[in-house]
Design a protein around this ligand. Structure first.
Ligand code: CA
Length: 616
């Protein structure tokens, strides 16, 4: 009995000793890699009173260079240096106070996957398909609501969570191949633990965690791997301007300056042009940059070096962990612009062929061009972004085919947008689109006129740049912005088991929908198969009598794109296009498979139609 009591006492004290070392609340990034281009790593450590402790570690090739204490004693920031020859493995970080470990964390350094640094981002050989994960397909109805997550699924509410998830996307990878797109841009899917309006994902409450209602970090990595196996790239949507008010750090900020604080709620003025306006007042500029995007979206202060490093490492962590091919950066002009340049430069140094597209939602090419990396700007600013969205082109293409053709209306709008391409260092690296998740749907913009809509999509898929399509465009989804975002971002029919029809299949689509689907598929496949459509020079001619012509051409090939933006049948005289057309006798309209034109001197044009003629 006495021996048993001793053993029991021994076990009991061991348990006590073990539990004396508490759990840290957060260590971020949760793990890292050896062999990165940049050998520094800064860890955010969050745990009660951890700031009163002294961290120690002992691992070959890893040096703790600096320990940074901040206003809040519940944080420490550790600057580590990882030697180029450090080996992958685990090591303990002990946090000692009065000679005792108050915390201990096993940190993991992983080996990089082969070819990780050489990944290729998206380019003008790709066609992007934007989808909102909550609204695309529900691959796992079990995860729609989660015990720890505030908002539960409610499909009857337009602004509610509908249950779509990463598994739903995995289940439909063949659909993207069928449509002919090559890159998936997913609206954000990281944790958004807010009370309401969380389906869109733009109020992140944990930068290192996929929302459990969407799946898991592992599920996202699986999605990327499976997409790659089908020739599809994946673009992750990131937001550095703001986080969600439900972010875990909002209850225990490392320091006052982590977010921009005001005596009372102060919103941004959303006037992005203040960022480039040489006459802008400091008052307007500060408000644009530092004001909150929304009551539920606190404005992050990227001028704080610790937060800046946190965000930069976070994006690199997702690239390396999940193997993504590109980033779409939200609200590009809103965060501190020097930080944004440092971030993009650091990412591009780590992955020289990676792609980042920034959202500078401004109507004017002069202002959008400011944000494309390599631009020789008036103030020396270089964003280091590979791509920017062609918002000026979007304004033009979403109205041109609704308007009378005048000096600067109708198709002249598109002509004028292209004429301003001299402002961009690389017009071929513009992401071109007619609508996106924030805008009224193209079919509604064109008042349910699919002929006009087809002309707009013909432009998007044949012009210079990287075309980007919004999910549901191919099945004529409708929605006006003024009716609310939730109503524009409808569920894809067939994504939910209870849906009445499955528009992922040809038989589940109406005749009209299949017609639009086929229109996109034809143009997408032609573009992907023909280099001239991706990298060929674009030569345009001044619109005349409501018709508009441009060519994509190189030394070997020429493709003529013709729009008739009128309600009349036209006979187009082609003599003025001789500089491109001389030497070509016939043409094949790739929009009407097999339609062959044996005489190119005059081309018959149907009202409100485009032709895409491969010249022979
Ligand atoms: Ca689900």
């Amino acid at each position: 009995m006495k021996r048993l009591a001793l053993v029991t006492l021994f076990v009991f004290t061991q348990i006590l000793l073990a539990t004396a070392v508490s759990q840290l609340k957060h260590v971020e990034p949760p793990f890292w890699w050896v062999g990165m281009q940049n050998n520094s790593l800064q860890l955010l450590i969050h745990g009660e009173d951890v700031g009163y402790s002294t961290p120690q570690l002992d691992y070959d090739g890893v040096a703790l260079k600096k320990t940074i204490k901040v206003e809040n004693p519940n944080y420490l920031f550790l600057n580590l240096e990882i030697a180029p020859d450090a080996k992958a493995g685990n090591f303990e970080i002990d946090f000692k106070k009065n000679g005792q470990n108050i915390y201990s964390y096993t940190y993991e350094l992983r080996a990089r996957e082969a070819g990780s640094a050489e990944r290729h981002g998206f380019s003008n050989s790709d066609i992007i398909y934007l989808l909102m994960p909550d609204r695309f397909a529900n691959g796992n109805p079990e995860n729609d609501s989660q015990p720890g997550m505030l908002e539960k699924a409610n499909r009857s509410k337009p602004e509610g969570r509908h249950g779509g998830d990463l598994q739903g996307i995995i289940n439909h990878l063949d659909y993207f191949n069928d449509l002919g797109v090559t890159s998936l841009w997913l609206n954000p899917f990281l944790e958004n633990n807010q009370a309401a309006y969380t389906y869109h994902g733009y109020a992140i409450s944990d930068y290192y965690r996929v929302d459990p209602r969407m799946g898991s970090n592992e599920k996202f990595k699986t999605l990327v791997d499976k997409a790659h196996s089908k020739g599809l790239k994946v673009i992750q949507d990131m937001i550095f301007n703001h986080c969600g008010s439900g972010h875990w750090w909002m209850d225990d900020l490392p320091m006052e300056s982590w977010v921009h604080q005001f005596p009372e709620y102060t919103s941004s003025n959303y006037r992005a042009s203040t960022a480039v306006d040489p006459h802008a007042s400091e008052y307007d500029l500060r408000k644009m940059k530092d004001g909150w995007f929304d009551k539920n979206m606190p404005d992050l202060n990227q001028e704080n070096d610790l937060l800046a490093t946190y965000l930069i490492q976070n994006s690199i962590w997702w690239i390396e962990y999940a193997g993504i091919d590109g980033i779409r950066m939200d609200t590009q002009p809103y965060p501190d612009e020097n930080f944004m340049a440092n971030w993009a430069e650091r990412v591009m140094n780590e992955y020289p062929d990676f792609s980042i597209v920034g959202e500078a939602w401004i109507e004017y090419p002069s202002m959008v061009a400011y944000y494309q990396g390599g631009k020789n700007n008036f103030n020396g600013y270089d964003s280091h972004l590979s791509h920017v969205f062609d918002f000026p082109g979007q304004y033009a293409v979403s109205s041109a085919f609704n308007e009378e053709n005048g000096w600067n209306t109708g198709v002249a709008k598109i002509y004028d947008v292209l004429a301003r391409d001299f402002l961009y260092p690389r017009p071929h690296d513009l992401v071109v689109f007619a609508d996106n998740h924030d805008l009224s749907r193209l079919y509604s913009v064109y008042h349910n006129n699919s002929d006009k809509m087809k002309m707009a999509l013909t432009y998007v898929l044949t012009t210079r740049g990287v075309p980007s399509l919004l999910y549901g465009t191919e099945i004529l989804m409708e929605g006006y912005e003024h009716d609310g975002h939730g109503k524009m971002r409808k569920d894809f029919p067939g994504g939910w088991e209870s849906d009445e029809r499955n528009a992922f299949t040809q038989s589940g689509r109406t005749e009209k929908e299949n017609d639009m689907f086929d229109h996109i598929k034809r143009l997408a496949e032609y573009r992907t198969a023909n280099k001239v459509m991706q990298t060929g020079k674009l030569t345009q001619f001044i619109p005349k009598n409501g018709t508009y012509v441009y060519f994509r051409h190189n030394d070997q090939n020429a493709v003529m794109v013709v729009f008739n933006n009128t309600d009349e049948q036209k006979l187009l005289e082609t003599a003025r296009f001789d500089e491109i057309m001389a030497g070509y006798d016939t043409g094949v309209n790739i929009l009407m498979k097999g339609e062959k034109l044996n005489n190119l001197d005059q081309i018959e044009l149907k009202p409100r139609h485009a032709k895409v003629l491969e010249l022979h």
